[in-house]
Each structure stands twice: as structure tokens, then as C-alpha cells.
Design a protein around this ligand. Structure first.
Ligand SMILES: *[C@@H]1O[C@H](CO)[C@@H](O)[C@H](O)[C@H]1NC(C)=O
Ligand SMILES: *[C@@H]1O[C@H](CO)[C@@H](O)[C@H](O)[C@H]1NC(C)=O
Ligand SMILES: *[C@@H]1O[C@H](CO)[C@@H](O)[C@H](O)[C@H]1NC(C)=O
Ligand SMILES: *[C@@H]1O[C@H](CO)[C@@H](O)[C@H](O)[C@H]1NC(C)=O
Ligand SMILES: *[C@@H]1O[C@H](CO)[C@@H](O)[C@H](O)[C@H]1NC(C)=O
Length: 441
């Protein structure tokens, strides 16, 4: 892979960071915009809907948050197929006073608040880390909300209030063959190619997928990017809150995906289309003029990396000029998703540690988390990961990204490195798709 342009000089860095967003959206005339709107899709929903369960909290609001709740609701209202409803749920120790106003102003009978649970018992964090059981409590409430979906719901999608849907998402779910039990769509994610080199893991290139491939398995899926057939979910009484009783993992979606596949659910994969933006994503960070901080990629507090302001980066580079490298690279993206077609390319500024020996190691994420194209590059001596055995190769379909995985290397364990592997695992299992992304604001 070509090395991205490296912005070495601190002075140069500051100039570059102060420049207005690297790319202004190409200006288009009103006529062109109107012309881009597709004529009505031919989807027969037979009066059924997609039921979105949206988990939200004050951090998605206007005054104290990132205003993302309005954006996700607008992205649903902009769907080419209007047969959906959105049930909002809140579980937090801090109230979300703007919630009703946001819902009222959406002025849409398809959007309603199902539950607003505010109590000190629902504090997501305790002393900076996830409160024990928070994920499972939220999943328990999620399971109740799923059961409150309207009777005419054919599909259910569980998501977070700061995600975004491409206008064709609902249409795409409905275009799955009728006998399918779940639809798995590729998605923008900070866990894109987690075993590849920091920052460069987002770079476009020959054969690189436009975003994270949804493999419907642990570390390779996202709750928000999957639609489940509601009837079957209820008939089998599937509950996300029960699949990971330890509760520390927050990987309930990945575990559920494995269980459903094992139970013979038919999965329709939509590969190469990136119709969900799971916040924060490097693509959206670039377009918002942020800098991707990949120096914290493996840190528990900002697992997967985070989007930070240029100011923040300047400050850190000034204080610690030798510690960091700032790169500029073109990120992968699906030109047919969101409004990204307006951009001939998307340049991302990305920060990583200068000292390579301090980069996170491939075993932090392990074989289970490696993107398909990175599997051949995995070190031969990669220690086995506790979740390796979860990869259900035996039932792969041609669309299943697991189908292309080479057989697992010998499973006897490598030399023990002490407890570090196990500790790291507790960070890893967050999976990029877990509950509430409180850390990401
Ligand atoms: C709300 O929507 C209805 C119909 O969809 C419309 O008639 C009304 O003007 C809208 N109200 C506001 C405040 O936008
Ligand atoms: C979730 O609900 C189940 C019962 O359905 C209960 O056994 C479990 O303790 C709940 N989990 C939490 C963390 O409250
Ligand atoms: C991104 O791609 C464009 C078009 O190919 C190119 O002009 C630009 O230099 C690239 N940016 C980077 C940082 O490589
Ligand atoms: C709304 O959908 C159209 C296509 O259906 C798309 O071109 C446009 O970017 C979308 N707008 C927003 C704000 O998502
Ligand atoms: C890079 O990090 C390693 C491990 O922490 C350390 O031993 C080494 O001295 C560092 N190299 C430099 C140039 O700072």
C-alpha cells in the first residue's frame, strides 16, 4: 500500500489544521440535486414496517450533546421507503429534557418515545469505566422495546441515537428475498480493519472494501446494521439481554448473530454498500473537519479511536512534538451512500504514535476481528483468541465473509504472555457495536 502523505513539520501541521475543511463539498445546482432524487422505489411492503428501536440519552441532544438525535430522525424521515416507525428509549442517570421537544419538532407520528428510564441505578459509567451490568440492563430494556414494536413490523433494527442511515436503508432491507430471516448491511465504523496499521487501515486502495464488512459474527457486525425478522425473533424468544450474562462484554449483538446463524437463520448480506454510519466514523470525522485520533485506538477509554478537534491535536503536538505522527490520507467510502457522491475523494487527517513499537498489536484484536483482506497478513505466531472458536465456518454461504477465511491455524495455545491477553480481551469485546457510546462524544 502506498504510504500516505506524512505531515511532519509542526509548523506545517498548524497551517494545515487551520486551513478550512480540506474539501469543500462540490457545489451542485438545484437542478442537479433534484435530479439525484430517485423516482419512487418499487417496494411492496404490504402494509408492514421496519421498527427502529433507538437508544438515546442526553448526549444526543441539542444543548449538552452533539445534536445527533435530530440527525438520525431526519435520516429516517428521508428514507425512500416510508414504512417504518421509531421507538425511542432512554436509560441513564441523567435526564434528557430536550427529548420531547426534539420528537415534537420532528412532527412525525412514526416517531415516539417508548421508555424514558432515569434513575441513579442506570448510571452508565462509574468512575470513568462502564458500570457493571449497564450494557445488559440497557439490552433488557431494548428487548422490552422490541416487544413493543407495532404488530405490522416485519423487521426490527436496534440502533443508537447518534447513528445515521442512508436514505436507501429501509428500501434495501425490503429488497431482501422473502425467505430471509435477517439482513446484514456493511457499515462505516471505527473498527474498520482493526488489525491493520494505525490510520492506514482507513485508506482507500485496490481491493479494499469501502467500509466494514458485516459478517454477522463477533467483532464483524453491528447491531445498527442488522435487520431481524421480528416474528421469528419473538417466536424463538430471543433476548439480547440474556446472551452474555457476564455482562462485561457489550458484545451482545455479535453473540446474538452467532446464535441465530447456528439456529439456521437465513442471512441476506448486503456487501459493498455502506448504508449505516456508526458514530464516530473516520469518514464522517473527515467531512466534519475533525482529526481522527488513532493513537488511542486500543485504549479502553476510546476504544477504536476517536474524532477530535484540530485544536486538541495542535495542543498535544506542541507539548509532545516527537510523540506523534499526523498523516493525511484518502479514506475508503461507498460513493453511492449518503451524500458522499458529492466528493471526488475524502481526505482524513489522522494522528498516530510515532513510536511503532507502541502501536497496538495484532493480538489485541486477534484473528476474529481481522478484516478479510488482512487475514493473509496476520502474524503466523498470532496467539489464539478466546473467540476464535466462534467463527462458524461450517455454515458459510457464498456471501458470508467467513466463507473466505482460511482454516484456523493450530489451536493449541502459544506461550503464555502472562495475564495481559486476558485483560486486553476485556477491552476488545466492546465490538464497536455495543450499547451506548457514551465515551465517544
Ligand atoms: C406537521 O405535519 C403536518 C402534516 O404532516 C403539517 O400539516 C403541519 O403543518 C406540520 N406542523 C409543523 C409545525 O411543521
Ligand atoms: C435482564 O433480565 C433478566 C430477566 O429477563 C434478568 O435475569 C437479568 O438479571 C437482567 N439483567 C440485568 C443486568 O438487570
Ligand atoms: C486524494 O486523492 C486525490 C485524487 O486522486 C489526490 O489529488 C489527493 O492528493 C489525494 N490525497 C491524499 C492525501 O493522498
Ligand atoms: C435524502 O435522500 C436523498 C436521496 O434519496 C439524498 O440525495 C440526500 O442526500 C438525503 N439527504 C439527507 C439530509 O440525508
Ligand atoms: C519506543 O517504545 C519502546 C517501548 O516502549 C521503547 O523501548 C523505545 O525506547 C521507544 N523508542 C523511542 C525512539 O522512543
Amino acid at each position: 500500500m502506498r504510504l500516505p502523505r506524512l505531515l511532519l513539520q509542526l509548523a506545517g501541521v498548524i497551517v494545515a489544521l487551520h486551513a478550512p475543511a480540506v474539501l469543500a463539498a462540490r457545489s451542485v445546482s438545484i437542478d442537479e440535486v433534484a435530479g439525484e432524487r430517485p423516482s419512487g422505489p418499487t417496494v411492496d411492503t404490504e402494509g408492514s414496517i421496519v421498527c427502529f428501536v433507538v437508544r438515546t440519552y442526553w448526549g444526543h441532544g441539542d444543548t449538552w450533546g452533539d445534536k445527533s438525535l435530530r440527525r438520525i430522525l431526519a435520516s429516517l424521515q428521508n428514507q425512500t421507503v416510508g414504512s417504518w416507525e421509531a421507538l425511542l428509549i432512554v436509560m441513564d442517570n441523567r435526564p434528557f429534557p430536550e427529548l420531547r421537544k426534539i420528537v415534537r419538532e420532528a412532527n412525525d407520528s412514526r416517531i415516539w418515545v417508548h421508555a424514558e428510564w432515569i434513575n441513579y441505578k442506570y448510571a452508565p459509567k462509574e468512575g470513568g469505566t462502564w458500570a457493571p451490568n449497564y450494557h445488559n440492563k440497557l439490552y433488557n430494556l431494548t428487548d422490552m422495546a422490541v416487544r413493543a414494536c407495532p404488530d405490522n413490523s416485519r423487521w426490527v433494527v436496534i440502533t443508537n441515537g447518534d447513528n445515521l442511515y442512508d436514505s436507501r436503508f429501509v428500501e434495501t432491507i425490503y429488497s431482501a428475498p422473502p425467505d430471509m430471516d435477517a439482513v446484514a448491511v456493511d457499515f462505516y465504523s471505527r473498527y474498520q480493519r482493526p488489525t491493520a496499521e494505525p490510520c492506514e487501515r482507513f485508506e482507500e486502495g485496490e481491493g479494499v472494501p469501502p467500509c466494514k464488512e458485516n459478517g454477522m459474527r463477533f467483532c464483524q457486525t453491528d447491531l445498527a446494521a442488522n435487520a431481524y425478522k421480528l416474528q421469528r425473533l419473538l417466536a424463538e424468544d430471543r433476548r439480547f439481554g440474556l446472551v452474555d450474562p457476564g455482562g462485561t462484554h457489550g458484545a451482545n449483538d455479535g453473540i446474538m448473530a452467532q446464535l441465530l446463524k447456528t439456529a439456521g437463520w437465513k442471512i441476506h448480506y448486503v456487501h459493498g454498500r455502506c448504508l449505516i454510519n456508526h458514530a464516530p466514523s473516520p469518514q464522517q470525522c473527515a467531512l466534519n473537519g475533525g482529526v481522527w485520533d488513532d493513537s488511542v485506538m486500543a485504549a479502553a477509554s476510546s476504544f477504536g479511536g476517536s474524532c477530535v478537534s484540530a485544536k486538541n491535536v495542535i495542543e498535544r503536538m506542541r507539548t509532545n512534538p516527537d510523540a506523534y505522527e499526523l498523516l493525511e490520507l484518502n479514506v475508503t467510502y461507498d460513493r453511492n451512500s449518503f451524500a458522499y457522491a458529492d466528493h471526488p475523494f475524502i481526505e482524513l487527517r489522522c494522528l498516530r504514535l510515532a513510536n511503532r513499537s507502541m502501536w497496538y498489536q495484532a493480538e489485541t484484536f486477534g484473528r476474529v476481528c481481522a478484516a478479510r483482506i488482512d487475514v493473509p497478513q496476520l502474524p503466523a505466531n498470532l496467539p489464539p483468541h478466546p473467540w476464535d472458536a466462534w467463527v462458524p465456518i461450517f455454515e458459510s454461504t457464498p456471501d458470508d465473509i467467513n466463507a473466505q477465511l482460511p482454516p484456523l491455524a493450530g489451536t493449541e495455545s502459544a506461550e503464555d504472555d502472562g495475564d495481559e491477553g486476558a485483560d486486553q480481551w476485556h477491552h476488545v469485546v466492546e465490538d464497536g457495536s455495543s450499547g451506548n457510546d457514551h465515551t465517544e462524544l
